[in-house]
Design a binder for this molecule. Sequence first.
Ligand code: ATP
Ligand code: MG
Length: 466
Amino acid sequence: MASAGPVGGFEGRLWNVAGAVATFTARDLELATVTTAVSDNTGVPVVLHGVPGVGKTQLALAWVYGYAESAQVVWQIRAANRLEVVADLAQLADRLGMAVGGDLEQAARAAMQELNGRDDWLLLFDDATPDSVAGLVPVRGGRVLMTSRNPNWALTGVPSEVGLFAPHVAAVFLDPSAGEAAGLLASELGYLPLALEQARAYCAAPAGRLVVYLADFRRQRLLGQGIDHTLHAPVTVTLALALDEVRRREPGAAQLMMVLAQFAPAAIPWDLVAVGAMVQPVPLDDAAIDGVYADQLIGVLRELALVTADRSGLLRVHQLVAEVLREHPLPVPDNYSLWQSPLRVIGAGPPPRSWIQEGAELLAEALPADVKNPVHWDRWALLLPHAETVIERGASPSTTIGTLQYLCGAYLLRRGEYSSARRCSTRSVEGRGRLLGEEHPDTLTSMSNLAAIERRMDDSGGQESR
Ligand SMILES: Nc1ncnc2c1ncn2[C@@H]1O[C@H](COP(=O)(O)OP(=O)(O)OP(=O)(O)O)[C@@H](O)[C@H]1O
Ligand SMILES: [Mg+2]
C-alpha cells in the first residue's frame, strides 16, 4: 500500500519518509486511532509505543503515507538520541531553504522556529525517548507523530500503545490458508510481527514448509533455553534458523549479515556490499569478486527477510535483528567447516577476529578519501552514521578504526562541524599514536588535521560554519 506514494503525491512537497514494507497488513483500527489522536492534538506528540519489533515504525509509516493529506512538509527524524534529532532537524532547515549560519543546534532551532510559524507540516520522530527529543519538538501549528519503545510519555505526549497481532491475523499472515500449524506457530512466535515476518519469509522460500519450520523452531528454542530469556527470545530463535538457512545456501551471506549488523540502523548503500566482496579477507575474496556476487548475497538475505532493499538500492537491517545478532554473533570463521549455529556457540569464547573490525575495514575502504570534493558529500552523508557507529562500538583501538576517525574528522572539518571533527580527530591522534608511534606518518597526518580543526575553531570564535 504505502510504496505507491503518499496521498496527493509528492509534488511540491518536502517529503522525507521511507515507505512501509510491501507486506504491510492489518492495523486498520490502529490507523484510525492514530488519525483521531493526531487530529485532536495539534503540536502535541502522539506517541506510538510498544515492545521492540511490534510494528510501531511500520504503523507510523503506513499512516503517514495514507493519511498525511494536506501537509506540505513531511519529515522523518531519527530520534534514538539527541545528536540524531539535532542533525536531522538541521538537515530539514537546510531543505527549507533557511540560511543557517550557526552550529547544528542553531540550525535545528531555526527549523523548529520556522515550523512553529506555519501549519502545514508533519514530523515523524522515530525511536524517540523523552530525553532524546526534549526541547526539540515544535509545539505549534503542525502534527507530531513519534514511535518509542518507552511507555512513559504521559507528561509530554499522547501515548498510544501498539499491540501484538491478533492470533487469527498472525496465522493468516504466516499462511493465508491458515491451517492448524500456522496458528500453533503464530502462538510460539508470540504474535510478534518481526518474528512472524522472519518465519513467513522462511516458509515462503523454496523448500521451506510451515510444519517442518514449526518443528525446527521448537527444537532450536529448546537448544537455546537457559541462554536467552529476553523479550525478543522468539526473534532470537527465528534469526538462528534464518541464519542457518543462509549459511547452508551461501556462507558468505551469513558473514555479510554479521558485518551489516555492526552498522547504524540507517540506510546502507548497496555498493558498500560490492566493495565488501572485494575487501573481505576471509572468505569472501575467494568467491567471484563483483557486483553479481554481491547481488547474490543480498538476494539470499532478502529472501529470508534479514534485510530489506528499496528501489534505489538502499539496504536496511531492522535494529532488533542487528541487536540480536550482535548479542549472539556467529564466530568469525577460519574456514566454513568451523561454523555452527549462533545459539549453539554462545559461551564459546571470543572470536579470533571481530565483526566490528570487519565492518571498520569495509567502511575504511568505501569512504571517499577526497573529503574536499563536494561531489563525494552525498556518499559521505550516507556512510557517516555507519562510520560513527562503528567507531563507537569498536571496543579495542585498531589502525583501521584510527583511519575511520581520521577520515571522519577530515570530512567534518570540511562540513564546518568543528566540535564533532575535533572529537574524531583527537581520538585518531591518540589511537594512532599508541598503535603506530608518535612519529609515524599516519599519526602526523592526524595531528596536522587536528591542528587545522583547532585553527578553524579559533578563527571562528567557537562557531560552527553551517
Ligand atoms: N502491520 C504490519 N504488517 C506486516 N508486517 C509488519 C507489520 N508491522 C510490522 N511488521 C514487520 O515487523 C517488522 C518490525 O516492525 P517495526 O520496525 O515497525 O517494529 P518497531 O516496533 O518499530 O521495532 P523497534 O522498537 O525495534 O523500532 C517490520 O520490518 C515488518 O517486517
Ligand atoms: Mg521502530
